[in-house]
Ligand binder design. Structure first.
Ligand code: IPM
Ligand code: MG
Length: 333
């Protein structure tokens, strides 16, 4: 087989796998309020993960003391998602760790293996709020979390003199993130959802994303929908005259990744922003940032700001119906 034939064979495998994925995407949402016990898995992760997690657990135990005593909420510490263990097992998430994770309902995670866990638990909605009240900024980003460049990121092909990566956008994958964004807007009295892509260049994938978001928007006539390209949106977020008008932003995976760091920086830095990864069965809450290996190398781990994971904890508490506890933590922050 020559190089081109090998690449084509690899591409055929990818297409076949993605077709099966599309067929398997069915939505059945778990209602946590109907469960006798909601189990929160606490996963330390790598780098600064265990440092910020220690504070997050302290706060959670204090806020949920009654529920924990009553048995309606259980906390489960899950160790072993460390770089050392992952290397030893040669797995992004070692099998025994994943098995433990699957016994939980929701996870609070320090830092590690984001992409693998989002995929394994099918956490398709990455929800990232950024608020700067004194500047009139109240944004909620809905980043698609299972598709785009990330789905096939490690599956590109290399030929002599060139390399090719793939991006995939599916109908059900787009519809479910769009629905999550519009449902959120409706529940929270938001009046505008802004779709952000680069559909002028990525005509097939981003073109589909935009078209399907508009299709879903038709079920929400009270909400205005508009589109921007990602480049001008990056500019708009630092344009003080217009940025306060954006409310809910709906984006494919990679653009969502990039622009939420920009937004978090405006709020005070990536150490101040929480992130929710929501699926129909599981949900995982984490800081918006990575494991900060450079901080650890320089011996500065104790300076890691736990605010990001505490903001994620607010979202976790709301997600499992503990609105009062969430409100207390939010007010304290
Ligand atoms: C994030 C992070 C991750 C991502 C990295 C750590 C893989 O940047 O959660 O935004 O790219 O999604
Ligand atoms: Mg990121």
């Amino acid at each position: 087989m020559n190089d081109i034939d090998r690449a084509c064979a690899a591409f055929r495998t990818l297409l076949t796998e993605q077709q099966a994925r599309v067929a398997g995407m069915t939505a059945e949402r778990v209602d946590y309020t109907k469960k006798a016990t909601v189990t929160i898995g606490l996963v330390d992760g790598d780098g600064i993960g265990p440092i910020i997690m220690e504070q997050a657990v302290r706060v959670l135990e204090a806020l949920l003391a009654d529920e924990i005593a009553r048995g309606s909420i259980a906390l489960r510490r899950i160790r072993g998602l460390t770089i050392e263990n992952r290397l030893a097992c040669d797995q992004a998430v070692p099998d025994d760790v994943l098995d433990e994770i699957l016994t939980c309902d929701v996870l609070l995670k320090g830092e590690s293996a984001n992409v693998k866990l989002r995929r394994a638990l099918d956490l398709y909605a990455n929800v990232r709020p950024v608020t700067i009240p004194e500047q009139g900024i109240d944004w909620t980003f809905f980043r698609e979390n299972t598709e785009g460049e990330y789905a096939l990121g490690s599956r590109g092909v290399e030929l002599p003199g060139m390399a090719v990566d793939f991006k995939v956008t599916t109908d059900p994958g787009t519809r479910r993130i769009a629905r999550a964004a519009f449902d959120y807007a409706r529940r929270n009295g938001k009046t505008r959802v802004t779709v952000v892509t680069k559909a002028n260049i990525l005509k097939k994938t981003d073109g589909k994303f935009t078209a399907l978001c508009h299709e879903v928007a038709a079920d929400y006539p009270e909400i205005t929908v508009d589109d921007y390209y990602i480049d001008i949106m990056a500019a708009n977020l630092v344009n003080e005259r217009v940025r306060g008008q954006f409310q809910v932003l709906l984006l494919p995976n990679l653009y969502g990744d990039i622009i939420t760091d920009e937004a978090a920086q405006l709020q005070g830095g990536v150490g101040t922003a929480g992130s929710a990864n929501i699926g129909d069965r599981y949900a995982m809450f984490e800081a918006i940032h990575g494991s900060a290996p450079r901080m650890i190398e320089r011996g500065m781990g104790d300076y890691a700001n736990p605010q990001s994971i505490l903001r994620a904890e607010v979202m976790l508490l709301r997600h499992i119906g503990c609105a009062a506890a969430a409100g207390r933590l939010e007010a304290a922050l």
